[in-house]
Design a protein around this ligand. Sequence first.
Ligand code: GAL
Length: 332
Amino acid sequence: MPIKQIITLSNKHGMQIKLSNWGATWLSCILPVDGQNREVLLGCQTFEQYEKQDAYLGATIGRYANRIANATIDIDNRHYPLVANQGVNQLHGGKLGFDKQLWHIQSQSDQQITFTLTSPDGDQGFPGELNVEAIYQLTDDNKVVIKFKATTTKTTPVNLTNHAYFNLDGETSKDILNHSLQVNANLYLPVDSNGIASNDLVCVTQNDMDLRKPRLISDRLLASLDRQITSGYDHAYLLDKNQAIAAQLISSDKKVTMNVTTTKPSLQIYTGNFLQHTPNRNNSEYGNFAGIALESQFLPDSPNHPDWPQPSCFLQPKQIYEHHTAYQFFIN
Ligand code: GAL
């Protein structure tokens, strides 16, 4: 019987991350700041708590991250009903997504680990057997690189991401409202109260959604109608590929900066609007806005919007899905 394990990777600067084969989950991220260990990732104390929470803390999300409207897709004129798990829609791959699977540890060293998973044909309604690899690497320049690879036996949509929530101020901080955030994107996707696209991509200057210059997360947070609908940021931004980085997050004490780079076309910015009651590591619970997730992905519901300006989210047999995202930390 396979067991849940915790694996620690460390680098020469004293940075340390912890991972688990359960959900190929990123459990912890500790930075040495002013001679102290600062935990910058949200997480629970026990696996039981991880299993109960529904915030997808640090988990690998698949087969399809974010929402698929009405939990249906069409491929080659065939209709596929998927497992719905948020009203009529599917969120983060269905009821038993990759976040709830026990992955196999294929290889492991001091600074890298590879998890693998086989998702059977028909898993959560998706066609084709999908063989997935999730590789986490901690480099000596304080980068956490997450690489995903996949192959399929039938055409299927694939959108793998990691659902880490960051609070760069550390565990004593109650929210990320005074972090500064920059996202290099000219367009974003407006959504309805169910998180489903309510429009086509629009310019970030509309509805006060512009994050192209560093901006405090608290800045007019609930003043824009778009953010009122989702109780904070919970939007996909289409990245400007001409920029060197996708996003930058800076702690409120300015001691920690995190740069995000990715091969994915979009970043879902989610400010933890519904995090309350999620168990934390200290016998207590997180409140709303306790952490921010910067999830690299295809735009939500892409299988039903082939017209959107991004590469196809469908993987064909004989193709290899390969994407990576890096979170790099700078300590002042
Ligand atoms: C995010 C999504 C949010 C929420 C969260 C999980 O990726 O955008 O709306 O569902 O996952 O709690």
